[in-house]
Design a protein around this ligand. Structure first.
Ligand code: NAP
Length: 321
């Protein structure tokens, strides 16, 4: 089974990880605890040993609690990453609070929900505009020294913030958004991480399901589905993305894989990328995505993908509209 190392640590992870945002059900209509437990269970048989969750996944930590239920006595078979510094307020709005005392309290609560006394990886989920990045990082360094986590990561920082973070805390992992059509990090962030032996573990490898190739052109998203608000799922961008997916489907079929497998395989073989966090709502989705491991695209297939991406052209910024 393929394993890769996190930063300079001895923690070994599968390059395909389960993103545990959708399993909490809160923003995933139709996802039940039973199907989420089955999705987590499938990871054991598929060779996936890396679970990505956060303090704020689920209204009250449902994602972390489900992980604890699924793992039971098999806790040590999984690398668990969680994050602090973001929470839901009473109006169901996501709030940034990365003060040292909040990060410490959220870490303790996360450990309790996960039923463990330490995680393998603890991230700063996002920078708090009211708190210096180095101040948040300093608290994560203390939690690392106390053994509450075996390594520290950061997410959603720009390059200057990343440098500030690393000056205050040993940094093993950076977690940005990245996929075939969101590639901004290739210019500065990835080279910086490579130079500093920081693993890049990416979110949205399937562009929130768009690049899994199963959303029909006339797909209607449910009201609570966050994809409703993003530019890539509307108008001209949606049509260009669908054309790209049609081309990817042809390449995938030729290589005997699904579109999701082709896309995730491409992602985990880009320079400097350590792992892809694949969200899944059902066991069959993570089964499909796990099939991205254990093989390599041929030079011809890589060239065909590059040509399809060139025809798709520069995408609009992925933002809520
Ligand atoms: N650090 C951060 O700020 C941050 C932000 C976002 C995400 N994350 C992490 O990254 C993970 C991935 O992000 P994500 O879950 O939002 O997006 P994603 O992995 O790009 O897409 C996941 C969605 O794609 C669809 N899907 C997945 N596999 C599929 C398959 N094989 N066939 C068809 N459809 C499939 C499912 O939605 P449908 O079935 O509804 O299409 C699923 O919910 C999260 O779970 C979380 O752990 C971190």
């Amino acid at each position: 089974m393929e394993r890769r190392r996190l930063g300079k640590t001895d923690i070994e992870i599968s390059p395909v990880a389960l993103g545990c945002w959708p399993i909490a059900g809160m923003t995933s209509p139709g996802v039940t605890d039973e199907s989420s437990l089955a999705t987590l269970e499938a990871c054991f048989e598929l060779g996936i040993n890396f679970l990505d969750t956060a303090y704020c996944y689920g209204a009250q930590g449902e994602s972390e609690r489900l992980i604890a239920r699924a793992l039971g006595s098999r806790r040590d078979e999984m690398v668990i990453a969680t994050k602090g510094g973001l929470h839901w307020n009473a109006d169901r709005k996501m709030v940034k609070d990365a003060r040292p005392e909040t990060l410490r309290r959220e870490c303790e609560e996360s450990l309790q929900r996960l039923g463990t006394d330490r995680v393998e990886l603890l991230y700063l989920h996002a920078p708090d505009p009211e708190v210096a990045v180095a101040e948040s990082a300093g608290e994560l360094a203390r939690l690392l020294a106390e053994g509450k986590t075996r390594s520290v990561g950061a997410s959603n920082l720009d390059l200057a913030q990343l440098e500030e973070f690393a000056s205050a805390c040993p940094l093993s992992v950076f977690q940005p958004p990245y996929n075939m059509i969101q590639r901004d990090i290739e210019t500065d962030i990835v080279p910086w991480c490579q130079r500093h032996q920081v693993s890049v573990v990416v979110y949205w490898p399937l562009m929130k399901g768009l690049l899994a190739g199963k959303l029909a052109r006339d797909h209607q998203f449910a009201d609570m589905d966050s994809r409703n608000k993003y530019s890539q799922f509307k108008g001209e961008e949606w049509e260009k993305n669908q054309q790209l997916v049609d081309e990817l489907r042809e390449i995938a079929t030729g290589s005997g894989h699904t579109v999701a497998q082709l896309v995730v395989n491409w992602t985990i073989h880009q320079p400097g990328i350590t792992a892809a966090l694949c969200g899944a709502k059902r066991p069959e989705q993570i089964r499909d995505n796990a099939g991205a491991m254990g093989w390599q695209l041929s030079t011809e297939e890589q060239a065909s993908i590059a040509a399809a991406l060139a025809r798709r052209g520069e995408p609009a910024e992925m933002k809520a509209v």
